[in-house]
Design a protein around this ligand. Structure first.
Ligand SMILES: [Zn+2]
Ligand SMILES: [Zn+2]
Length: 268
């Protein structure tokens, strides 16, 4: 009855929703938030297009064959392209905070697949921090919502070693200039000293699982990992919802979103 009187529409495809579901998306859109399952760099997780690299048991991308990130391992749930990208943009710019929790639950299978490499508990879950001016502007940190969603899912699964969520111990010292337009090396330099740990008690000797919404070059994650390791973290494993990849450019314009939103780059 309510559905007839007050029809709801899927925020991503604008189709009328027949069956209400807790995620607020239509079945088609929710079903299309699929994980990336192709070959990827064993270290930073970037999809590797060439099959020859994928044939090696531990394929490495061009960057990881020459240099090393400060994190030990990074993996993303899916590719930063529609519809996952649109869902992330809605979360961030349409202030759909609730989405953060259910998108965070998508990280659960990733968690399970990486568990053997995470070392022994206790584990610490740390969201990549925003600079406080940006967080104040937005009203929330999307990475923190994702981490909370993941933790909620882990709690439901009742697996041993529920990670501690540490918010506020890793801090973004300065608002770094936008990363867009910078090459890999310049991005690394841009954020190298942008993070600091202000409380190391919860980190020392532990494996840290760093959570963020999008990873592009990995410069931000690497700078966070560097600060965390200096504070005594044993391992830093990065889990992100989406990986932006130059090899798989997405030519679809984000739907429903306009203006400077598209210029947003997660690495700042
Ligand atoms: Zn839809
Ligand atoms: Zn790599």
């Amino acid at each position: 009855m309510l559905a007839i009187l007050f029809p709801t529409f899927c925020p991503l495809c604008t189709k009328k929703i027949e069956h209400a579901r807790w995620t607020a998306l239509c079945d088609d859109c929710w079903g299309s938030l699929t994980p990336f399952t192709g070959p990827c760099c064993a270290s930073c997780g970037i999809p590797i297009a060439a099959e020859t690299h994928a044939e090696a048991s531990e394929p490495r991308c061009g960057f990881c064959r020459i240099e090393a990130y400060d994190f030990d391992l990074a993996r993303s749930y899916g590719l930063y392209s529609a519809p996952l990208r649109d869902a992330i943009l809605h979360l961030k710019f349409r202030r759909r905070e609730r989405w953060g929790f259910w998108l965070g639950e998508l990280l659960f299978p990733l968690w399970q697949s990486l568990a053997p490499q995470m070392g022994d508990p206790p584990w610490v879950l740390i969201p990549v921090p925003l600079h406080f001016t940006r967080e104040r502007e937005r009203g929330f940190n999307q990475a923190e919502l994702l981490a909370r969603g993941l933790r909620q899912r882990l709690r439901k699964a009742r697996l041993p070693g529920l990670p501690q969520l540490e918010v506020g111990c890793l801090r973004r010292r300065r608002a770094t200039p936008p990363q867009s337009g910078l090459d890999h090396r310049a991005r690394m330099e841009n954020v190298r000293r942008a993070f600091e740990v202000c409380r190391s008690e919860g980190i020392r000797g532990r494996s840290v699982i760093l959570v963020d919404d999008v990873m592009t070059t990995g410069a931000t994650a690497s700078a966070c990992a560097r600060a965390l390791k200096r504070a005594g973290a044993m391992k830093v494993i990065v889990l992100t919802l989406a990986r932006a990849t130059p090899q798989f450019p997405d030519h679809n314009e984000p739907r429903l979103l306009t203006g400077n939103i598209q210029a947003e780059d997660n690495d700042f």
